[in-house]
Design a binder for this molecule. Sequence first.
Ligand SMILES: [Zn+2]
Length: 443
Amino acid sequence: MSQISSESQSQFNQELLSFIQSSPTAFHAANSIANQLVAAGFEELDEAAAWNLQAGKRYYIKRNESSIIAFVYGKKDLLETGIRMLGAHTDSPCLKVKPQPELNRKGYLQLGVEVYGGALLSPWFDRDLSLAGRVTFKTSENKIASTLIDFKQAVVSIPSLAIHLDREVNNSRTINPQKDIVPVLLQLGPEQTLAPNFKSILLAQIKQQHPQIDAVSVLDFEISLYDTQAPAIVGFQQDFIASARLDNLLSCFVGLKAILQADDSVSSLLICTDHEEVGSTSCCGAKGPMLQQFLERLIPETETRIRVIERSLMISADNAHGVHPNFIDRHDENHGPILNRGPVVKVNANQRYATTSETSGFFHWLCEQNQVPVQVFVARTDMGCGSTIGPIVASEVGVKTIDVGVPTFAMHSIRETAGVADAYYLYKVATAFYQSLELLNFK
Ligand SMILES: [Zn+2]
């Protein structure tokens, strides 16, 4: 076992695995987060209603059902304490079903798909895939409503082409996303001339999954494919977590568990937004106004709000690239994070990450106070650098920010790998952060 392994760490990881399994899409992730917040006494606020926020209470809002903000309104004066913010994203790269997806070829009903985000496509072949997402429908009273569905079973697959029909595949494989990754849903029987319509399949699923819902026809849908293989602890010594969507449901779960521990003396906020993988520009993305509008409603007076933001700090948590033992040269020789050696501070001179020496110094200090090891990532100088919500939130809201994340292998694959110790390390730091009175308060 990994040296820092403990009862609480393995319990934490088991909960992380079931959280990911119950969250096949961003909609389901926001819903999973909301369920745990409600169970812990957080009250949902309707963004369309007037608010009367009271110190000492706990609230959350959802937008587009796929982004969520949880807020612990501390009893101490916001001007004195600032707000501890932690941000992550609910979405992951995947395949999304097109609006008119039905393709009938040689008696096979296939579904046209789009690629969402920067997905690694090759791992999607030959897997037992399912479908989940949001469906908007009409009721018998001619009202419009939406619900979440999840087929759970393996209902689609994307078979590879046999090597005998493409002898060069191991030397020069390219994947055409329009042509090569069209999933197969079913085979029509010999007498079956009319292929089922995808909306009628969704309607049947609503009726089966939610018998109480009065749905008469499907108006539209946002349905993604996902892998049915359950997340698992793997490796001869059980050193690793293997799962879909570790980027970034791992960080969402860490933030959620940490804010559930936050006491109500100081103010804490968790924001998990959709659409990070496609640039965050949407009504509910980090580049949209969701957080700014929440802060405006919390602190309507501009000068006070700016003063509170100036005293606040955001930890933007999104996974980092662990140095892959087969591809060591893809990392800078002094900055290759190792799995199970602690969270990674992400630095980029060109502001692809929002980390500054002050925010990084604070995070290092917080790790030290909590006996958590910490690593640093900076990309090779001759390679581009990824980005995340950190710089976006920092520039939208003006809050000082640090970009961190646990190291992983195979980011954006259908099955990514993390170390068993790192999510729990980050959770320890995030929990301490939400209770910390020291927010860059070290002049
Ligand atoms: Zn990410």
